[in-house]
Ligand binder design. Structure first.
Ligand code: FUL
Length: 487
């Protein structure tokens, strides 16, 4: 009897040891893969939508590019109220605002001591006005992040086109970065035209970047090639349907030396650096306010949302203040409509009504329950080395949907490179309804409206075991199927 007990105990211990070994193998988090985002890049991507404000002499002249000869007095907003800009951004659900502190015309919206072409030389508020100060304070109060666009191209500065200009530009950067922080994003325009003396400048990008990061180590630097985030390659609001957050930058520069716009649009599958795409596009035709222009329709803005945020990119939507220094009512109304539509569309994840099974879950700790828990930091994963998978969800009552949302947990890298979606047809057969490539931080697959009792997501190819934070099925009643058929 004694012997039998000890035998069963031994057997029990062996089983316990083996199963705890198996379980512990299963419950280790997945290993990171490839280039990884910094915590600031992850936080930036989670902002999803920010507001760009083009404001300056062009607001008053109606030009898109001033030539630098504009009189300082041209800049004369009559009712500037940056709190109103912040309120509009908040209502739209945006998380930050980036202001054109200096556009190509060289005019500085703050009293930059290294320039003679600034608000201090204008009669506006007797030369005591400072838009950077007002907006950075308003953002701070409204808990929005504050960023600055400062154009290296300067059509006013007499030193432009000489090595002296780079020193001058560094001093300008210092002035803006010393007084209005924290700065979450420095936006460097790649445009590089001629200065007042007809010369072009060779920019010292390394020094420019170093200065920004010295002053604000958390800031993301935008340029055609980062290093924080990259231009998406167009100004029409569309990231690539395939969109890697990784990019090869060795041997490239911002501007004329940048990779092709197609590459910027799609990233590089084997890219050496994590440089996610930012989609900058204007709510109106131009970047600056013009009374003859009007905001895009709600449907167009929704499509832009799908082709930017829905394609692993951040949307930087330009909303230009007018000559009063206020965002016109028609733009703010449109943004409220956009927010309401997005809230409606994504209010209800229909997957919550379903029952999940998956082929290769990495144990319960990384099981399918995390896919719908609305917590980005918990995730589903397959076992190490398992680079394809099938996640099936069945419903007792049919569901009607037209959007599928997938989110990878990007702190561990971007992995998925091919997936397809099937639904259960009326005749009980599985039918493929989408075949796509990358996922990244967020991928919204646009489908015609479908009603089904089952859906399958096949991860067909992944660079390492797939790691998915969230998954959702939604119904968008704002756009008809034909209005999104080309997305
Ligand atoms: C471009 C500029 O030339 C436009 O005026 C605008 O500022 C846009 C965001 O970037 O390169």
């Amino acid at each position: 009897m004694q012997k039998r007990t000890s035998n069963s105990l031994t057997l029990f211990s062996i089983i316990a040891i083996v199963s705890s070994f198996v379980l512990s193998c299963d419950v280790q988090p997945p290993l990171p893969y490839g280039p990884l985002p910094t915590p600031s890049q992850v936080a930036w991507q989670q902002m999803e939508m920010n507001m760009f404000c083009h404001f300056g002499p062009n607001t008053f002249s109606g030009n898109e590019w001033g030539d630098g000869t504009e009189a300082e007095d041209l800049f004369a907003p009559t009712q500037l109220d940056c709190h109103q800009w912040v309120a509009v951004a908040q209502q739209a659900g945006m998380k930050g605002i980036i202001l054109t502190a200096k556009h190509h015309d060289g005019f500085c919206l703050w009293p930059n001591p290294c320039s003679q072409h600034t608000v201090a030389q204008s009669s506006w508020r007797n030369g005591k006005g400072d838009v950077l100060k007002e907006l950075s304070n308003a953002c701070h109060e409204g808990q929005l992040a504050f960023g600055i666009y400062i154009s290296p191209w300067d059509r006013n500065d007499p030193t432009y086109g000489t090595p002296e200009y780079n020193q001058q530009f560094l001093a300008t950067l210092s002035s803006a970065h010393d007084h209005y922080g924290p700065i979450f994003e420095q936006w460097f325009d790649g445009a590089n035209g001629e200065g007042p003396n007809g010369k072009k400048q060779t920019y010292d990008w390394e020094k420019f970047n170093n200065l920004v990061l010295e002053k604000h180590p958390q800031a993301l630097i935008f340029s055609d090639i980062g290093p924080g985030c990259r231009w998406v390659g167009n100004e029409s609001g569309a990231a690539g349907r395939t969109c890697w957050s990784t990019l090869d930058i060795d041997g490239f520069t911002p501007g004329a030396g940048a990779p092709s716009t197609d590459t910027l649009n799609q990233g590089n599958r084997n890219g050496t650096h994590w440089i996610p795409a930012e989609t900058d596009v204007s709510i109106r035709d131009g970047w600056f306010y013009r009374p003859s222009e009007h905001p895009k329709s709600l449907k167009t803005l929704l499509r832009i949302y799908y082709t930017s945020v829905g394609r692993n990119s951040l949307l930087l939507l330009n909303v230009p203040p007018d000559t009063r220094g206020l965002i016109p009512a028609e733009d703010s109304i449109r943004l409220v409509e956009l927010r309401k539509a997005l809230n409606d569309i994504f209010a209800q994840n229909l997957l919550l009504r379903g029952t999940f099974i998956s082929e290769h879950a990495r144990g319960r700790r990384f099981g399918t329950s995390h896919l719908t828990d609305q917590d980005y930091n918990t995730y589903y994963a397959t076992r190490e080395g398992q680079t394809n998978d099938l996640i099936e969800v069945s419903f007792t009552q049919p569901v009607t949907f037209n959007r599928v949302v997938l989110q990878e947990y990007i702190p561990l890298g971007q992995r998925i490179e091919r997936f397809h979606i099937e639904i259960l047809d009326n005749d009980g057969k599985w039918k493929t309804v989408a075949t796509e490539t990358t996922v990244g931080y967020k991928r919204i697959v646009i489908l015609p409206t479908l009603t089904t009792n089952g859906i399958r997501i096949f991860i067909d190819q992944s660079r390492a075991c797939p790691v998915l934070s969230e998954m959702g099925l939604y119904y968008d009643k704002y756009l008809t199927d034909s209005e999104v058929s080309n997305l």
